[in-house]
Design a protein around this ligand. Sequence first.
Ligand SMILES: *Cc1c(COP(=O)(O)O)cnc(C)c1O
Length: 417
Amino acid sequence: MNGDRTRRGFLGWANLAVAGLGLAEGKLAADTRPEPEGEDYYDKLGVAKIINAAGTYTALTASTMPPSVQAAVARAAKHPVRLQELQTAAGEYLARRLKCEAALVSAGAASALTLATAAAITRGNQAAIHDIPTDVTGLKNEVIAQKTHRYEYDHAIRNCGARFVEAVTLADYEAAFTERTVMTNFFNAAEQGEISREDWVRVAHSHGVPCLIDAAADVPPISNLWNYTQMGFDMVVFSGGKGIRGPQNAGLLLGTKDLIAAAARNNNPNSDTVGRGMKVSKEQIVGMVAAVDWFLSQTDAALEAEFRRRADRIAAQLKSIPTLEARVAIPNVAANAVPHLLLRYDTQRIKIRPGEVMAELRRGTPSIELNPQTGKKAGAGLATDENTIVVGVWMLEPGEDLIVARRLKEVLGKAVV
Ligand SMILES: *Cc1c(COP(=O)(O)O)cnc(C)c1O
């Protein structure tokens, strides 16, 4: 009964859009999806289901798992297994598929950063696994990063008792290595930084220091899943629940055999470790593996074409809005490098600011989240300004592009003077 309500709820949105736009009902692929089982706990808890026209933002629960991944997770939930056996088998399978020596499923990219740091600090030193983060006297614990690569995820690294040493120029970097240097970190999607990935790895390796790279949000392209290990980075981090569309609380740590083994020793299910609180369940592990299988079955060209189609469909519905110019742009940074729809208009003719449009769509039913670059000056690799709305189309479910288009048309249309 509740399942029925869920289905009606979804079709309700879809039909609304179809009716509003005068399209044939058969066009929505979502109509034919099998009905999911179980009670709708979002409804039961009174939690609003949103349309994600923003992107893979953590606070918006990032991505949804494709049906094949959801099914694999549901199936994994039905049987107990030996957790260590599952982790090991998953790691070996992922390493083969992702062309690296070794892999570990973590509880997200931030967790993978922590485990990577723990691996670098405790490698070959069993006692240190117990000692970090508080008793680091005598342990190597300096992590070098470019000044422009310092970011909010530094905390995941500091969780191991590490401290940062900053470099700006290549000469700084060369000079930053000491007998206490344990690792370097490269923020792959940083918008600035003087030192190239190649130089970064070369110099660190000349000092015998391993390199970590945070590429959490940096697929597509699909090949990024092996580009950085092949470039020589010793450990590479991806979020499981962003572009790969696995469980939101899963991630990947890829790298060399010895470091990944050291990371695993610092991880759940081992107690008395920095990773014990970052439990990865059987459902998450299986979901992560299934998501990688799903992602590798896609092509960059087909994904991009689909996102462009969505952007074009929305833009086509907004043709009648005066002064509005639509264009499709791919951010020129490593993160979220997929087509986004940019809508720029003259706020003298349409008397509503992009930020107000964003708030209006959020207040509506269904509630829609636009991309946070909306109404902001250039950033996140997009040439936006205060008169630009940004629609992130890649996380939309089938049919939702038309709902977003209808709401934008309503809200902008009303404000035309
Ligand atoms: C999202 C993100 C993370 C954290 O990923 P989780 O999987 O949510 O832990 C870390 N680093 C960067 C650069 C990110 O974009």
